[in-house]
Design a protein around this ligand. Structure first.
Ligand code: CA
Length: 366
């Protein structure tokens, strides 16, 4: 009996040992396959913002960190600020050529190359951040954007929104339309054209050049973003009046752009991580602005004696009228631009009607 039991025990022991070897070996094989499959990617990301700039500039930094964590280091992205590798306004071309894999900026900087790009940042008197995200993800916006960037070998994704911006910094009061005449202002995109047609003169320059140009009188006025960012650039030291509302940018969306070949080369799981991280950053930036703008505005007024002013109705009404004209002319000879504009207009109409009895009704009540 004892011999039989021992025999059974020995058999079981041998089976356990064999199983152990099989499991170990298959584990080893799996690990070897995994390490063979594990390919690491090292990317460069150029931006139109100063390095580590609050709000818009932290979008790409947060994105790089999220992607590295979520991919367990398989995709590492080094972020370069404006001027570190290339000047701000060369981001689009540099990523399009594939010199670097990706970029972060604002689409309306590229209207000289692609007029329809304007529609993928903001429009004067257009959608706010909440509405823009809704149009993008549920109103056909992203499909139109991808189509617009395809000829440039680029894949776009939303990269954060500033929310409603401020109207800008001036050194003289704007009490009538007459007061806009001759004002040289930093204002990008179609809004700049609107301002020029209203009697001023709009110029485009990256944010980092605004302070010096205001100080030396190269420009008389400037719009940048809002209190949180404008405070960090110190515009209150060189301009006295801070105007609202930001008719020119009622919710500016920033963008991630990816070189198509670089993106296509990624395995599916990393592609999904990249898309998810971009979406997270897009929401996170808006949350940051919402939390910080109001505090920065209080500091500008109370600590720096900035004079806060609202544009007169007469001025806003005229700017809105000119905006419609400029936009209609802008799309008149460009069927694709017209298609995008129509899509935004229709979406805005529908969502505005509902927001009047939801968002706006609550704002009016509380
Ligand atoms: Ca702006």
């Amino acid at each position: 009996m004892v011999g039989l039991k021992f025999c059974k025990f020995r058999k079981s022991l041998i089976l356990i040992i064999i199983s152990f070897f099989i499991v170990s070996c298959s584990d080893e094989v799996a690990q070897t396959e995994e390490s063979l499959e594990r390919k690491n990617y090292s990317w460069r990301l150029v931006t139109t913002w100063p390095k580590n700039y609050p709000g818009v500039g932290l979008g790409p930094e947060n994105f790089a960190q999220l992607v590295e964590e979520m991919t367990d280091g398989r995709l590492k992205i080094k972020v370069y600020g404006n001027g570190e590798l290339i000047p701000a306004l060369e981001v689009f071309d540099t990523v399009s050529r594939g010199t670097v894999e990706m970029g972060h900026g604002a689409a309306y900087y590229w209207i000289g190359k692609l007029p329809a790009a304007q529609f993928f940042t903001t429009l004067p008197f257009g959608l706010n951040a909440q509405e823009r995200n809704a149009w993008l993800y549920f109103g056909g916006g992203i499909e139109l954007w991808e189509k617009a960037y395809e000829p440039f070998n680029l894949i776009p994704m939303a990269g954060g929104n500033t929310g409603v911006q401020m109207g800008g910094w001036f050194n003289k009061e704007i009490n009538s339309l007459e007061d806009l005449k001759g004002i040289r202002i930093r204002m990008p995109g179609l809004a700049g054209e609107v301002f020029s047609r209203a009697g001023g003169e709009a110029v485009l320059m990256p944010g980092s050049e605004i302070f010096t140009n205001l100080q030396t009188g190269v420009i008389d006025a400037a719009e940048w973003i809002g209190p949180y960012n404008d405070l960090t650039f110190g515009f209150h030291q060189v301009a006295k009046y801070y105007y609202y509302p930001g008719w020119q940018e009622p919710g500016a969306m920033t963008e991630f752009i990816f070189n198509k070949e670089a993106f296509d080369e990624l395995p599916d799981d990393i592609k999904a991580i990249v898309r998810t991280a971009a979406r997270a950053v897009n929401q996170n930036m808006l949350d940051e602005y919402t939390a910080r703008n109001n505090k920065a505005l209080i500091s500008l007024i109370e600590d720096h004696n900035v004079i806060l002013k609202r544009f007169p109705d007469e001025v806003l009404e005229e700017l809105e009228k000119i905006s419609k004209e400029v936009l209609q002319e802008f799309v008149a000879n460009d069927d694709f631009a017209k298609e995008i504009y129509q899509s935004i207009l229709e979406f805005k109409k529908g969502v505005s009607n509902y927001h009047k009895i939801s968002e706006q009704a609550i704002y009016d009540l509380r």
